[in-house]
Design a protein around this ligand. Sequence first.
Ligand SMILES: N[C@@H](CCC(=O)N[C@@H](CS)C(=O)NCC(=O)O)C(=O)O
Length: 205
Amino acid sequence: MPSYKLTYFDFDGGRAEPIRIAFHAAGIDFEDERISFPEFGEMRKGTRFNSVPVLEIDGAAVTQSNALSRYVGKMAGLYPADDLQALYCDEVLGALEDLSHYVVQTFGLQGEELKLARKKLVDGWLSVYLKGLDELLARGGGEYFAGNGLTVADLKAFVQVRSLRAGKLDHVPADLVERLAPGLVEHQERIEGDPRVTAYYASRS
Ligand SMILES: N[C@@H](CCC(=O)N[C@@H](CS)C(=O)NCC(=O)O)C(=O)O
């Protein structure tokens, strides 16, 4: 078994969280390297695309969170074997990545500029993606996005919806998901209660 070291920010969320949960579900030991923002500032230029997460496999760095989620997800049984279901899983991973990109564009703004950008986000891309993801969940049967079981797509959606519902983004109403995509709320709670997910968080506490 190779050695794995995953480097990301020190919080239970974001792009690395599905990878961490999948490692735990697979029963694979990995070094969970959690860095502060100042530490990231120091190492940023040394990373391949000036970003994290980075997974080192026997010391060789690999980037791109969705690719890493798929890689670890396959080892954990959290990625569909069927090609069409894998495509459905990938569509959700890609959509969530696009949504993160739009959300991150509003980071660092302040005051009126932030308020306007967040209003535009809520009325625009957030609405588009939440409604679209709700449809994709319905396509999967309503409980999971693909393959009638837990996949890394569910993990990534759960992490994003949990974050939105926590109300931590100023000017983004905490009940936005409830209003636009109620299926995603039920989904988040279902995934949060999955034994593989609860076991991961129990191991963290
Ligand atoms: N497509 C990349 C995006 C990585 C990314 O943008 N990561 C953020 C943190 S979640 C980052 O490191 N940003 C650094 C910066 O913008 O300076 C992935 O999915 O891994």
